[in-house]
Write a protein that binds this ligand. Structure first.
Ligand code: NAI
Length: 288
């Protein structure tokens, strides 16, 4: 029996609840949202699927869940250019969430932006072991990287590390061919702007994040230990600590089973260092 709590059942959280239930990955749901009408509507809509998944809206049930997806808070709109611009708006939401999660001992998946900073904050404030705090975003960035490479006929293993945001680090050294620095920079700027077209066109990203989050949930429930690009709290890996940052991690029942340390080339290492400093600064500012 697997219980999933979803905090914030808007576009992403609602879709995750629906997908996880309809794919039979979870047996019970605990849904939570400050918008009570939306919460009730999501519960009813899910019940009308006829699925046998039990649904609770009791806040106190969140701490009993095996996995909690944290997707509550403000999302970007066309006038919010970067994810870090959401920091001050979402800090109160994260602070409140940390309180609700007191006593939770399952696996936390942080989605709310700026995701890396929020994952670190929630990890520190809830007292969860770092292995149990996984920030979501790297899988999505890696899928976008795969698309950018495919469009150029470049083959290889598409993986993005670093910040889920402007300081993301696509790994070109893991590809099967040399990619000139000029092309790297072009692809990086394409990746940075990848979600804005979706935000402008339909209000926000849904399918991509929801499906990847469900894959992450499955990696936990099935103890898969596959390599996933996700945000973890490193303890010196890549020379980084005091933040949460995108790294290659093996994810299983206990959360982050192992963080792999890959050799980066100069271009990648420089950007990874910058990402660590950038997120670390924000983490210190939020007092995580
Ligand atoms: P949304 O606006 O559709 O849903 C957010 C929900 O959070 C709303 O239903 C709102 O009522 C609820 N909420 C706000 N404050 C709350 C509080 N204090 N307590 C409980 N619920 C609260 O937004 P969407 O598109 O689902 O995005 C959610 C978050 O996830 C945003 O911060 C967005 O930037 C982020 N995001 C992150 C991705 C990633 O790859 N890490 C991908 C897509 C979105």
């Amino acid at each position: 029996m697997v219980g999933l709590a979803v905090m914030g059942v808007g576009r992403v959280g609602g879709e995750v609840a629906y997908l996880a239930a309809s794919l039979g990955i979870v047996d019970s749901l605990v849904l939570y949202d400050s918008a009570t009408q939306l919460l009730r509507a999501q519960v009813l809509d899910l019940r009308h699927t006829g699925l046998e998944t039990t649904i609770s809206t009791e806040i106190s049930d969140i701490k009993k869940a095996d996995i909690c997806v944290f997707a509550a808070g403000l999302a970007r709109n066309p006038s919010v250019k970067s994810r870090t611009d959401l920091l001050s708006a979402n800090l109160p939401v994260i602070q409140e969430g940390a309180g609700v999660l007191e006593g939770f001992s399952g696996i936390l998946i942080t989605v709310t932006n700026p995701m890396d900073v929020n994952n670190y904050y929630l990890c520190k404030k809830t007292g969860l072991p770092r292995e149990r705090c996984i920030g979501f975003g790297g899988q999505l960035d890696s899928a976008r990287f795969a698309l950018a490479l495919r469009n150029r006929g470049i083959t290889g293993f598409p993986f993005v590390l670093g910040e889920h945001g402007e300081h993301q680090v696509p790994l070109f050294s893991a590809l099967s061919q040399m990619v000139p620095y000029e092309t790297r920079d072009t692809i990086l700027s394409e990746l940075r702007g990848a979600s804005m077209e979706i935000i402008r066109g339909k209000g926000g990203t849904v399918f991509g994040p929801a499906l990847h989050i469900v894959h992450l949930i499955r990696a936990v429930t099935d103890d898969v230990k596959d390599l996933v690009s996700c945000s973890c709290v490193p303890d010196g890996e890549y020379g980084i600590s005091g933040c949460s940052i995108g790294v290659p991690a093996r994810i299983g029942r206990e959360g982050v089973f192992h963080i792999e340390e890959w050799e980066l080339d100069g271009w990648e290492q420089q950007r990874m260092d910058e990402a660590g400093e950038f997120i670390g600064d924000l983490c210190r500012k939020t007092g995580g």
